[in-house]
Design a protein around this ligand. Sequence first.
Ligand SMILES: Nc1nc2c(ncn2[C@@H]2O[C@H](COP(=O)(O)OP(=O)(O)OP(=O)(O)O)[C@@H](O)[C@H]2O)c(=O)[nH]1
Ligand SMILES: [Mg+2]
Length: 256
Amino acid sequence: MTLTLVVPTFNEGENAALLVSAVCREMQKAGRRDYEILFIDDSTDSTPRLLEALARENPVVRFLHRSGERGLGSAIVRGMAEARGSVVAVMDGDLQHPPSLIPSMMERIDRGADLVIPSRFLPGGSDGGLTLPRKLVSLVARLLARILLSRVRPASDPTGGVFMLRREILEGLRFDAGSWKILIEILVRGCYGRVVEIPYRFRARDLGTSKMSARAQVDYILHLFRLFAGLGPGESTTPCRKIPVFERDLSVVRDS
Ligand SMILES: Nc1nc2c(ncn2[C@@H]2O[C@H](COP(=O)(O)OP(=O)(O)OP(=O)(O)O)[C@@H](O)[C@H]2O)c(=O)[nH]1
Ligand SMILES: [Mg+2]
């Protein structure tokens, strides 16, 4: 298995089937067959039944339901732990991240990137899918991460929620149980060299409802402070010999 796309879902049934067809279409266009889409679902509505049916119909779909558990961060961590691919990507299940990013990110991995981070803030990208108040919250969230965490500073969009990496970066990495934005924790504590940022246009949500809450924002700030203070599950015992190098590749803008 080359790629596992981890998709966290909470009451996201309307979007899940659309996401699967869009990802499959994009992968087919790019001539990629060796991948799985792994849903980590905490839904309390009919989404699990729908995901089960999708997994039955389509062999690339895998689905894991966590009953009685919640949390976007812990769902992503679980998905990365269950991944069969040597490359792992994470994308929201609400279609706000363009599925065409998957083959684009894969191309950069093929060309030697350890980590690919799509960015709304590079030329050609856009955060147009957010309302003005959400843009402000997002700006403060990014600024705070940059001020507190030097390894996050070179990344123009560390809070976007979509990324792809070689699975080896995750080896030996134990995540903070209260992790909210997993990419930030990977940037701070992971062992990686080449990071490539590519632009993308973040879309507004068409279907379903946002699960963003004040609690999530508090969890995010607490997580940043724990990372700043070096608190958490402890570092891997293997020393990291890689030095992070950030590049920007503006050659293609993906928005469909
Ligand atoms: N498994 C799991 N998935 C979640 C949870 N909360 C949110 N998600 C999923 O995470 C993704 C992002 O959630 P959203 O509600 O869109 O949050 P957001 O994108 O930060 O905020 P909006 O811009 O308002 O949409 C979606 O696919 C959600 O279904 C959770 O507790 N568990
Ligand atoms: Mg969303």
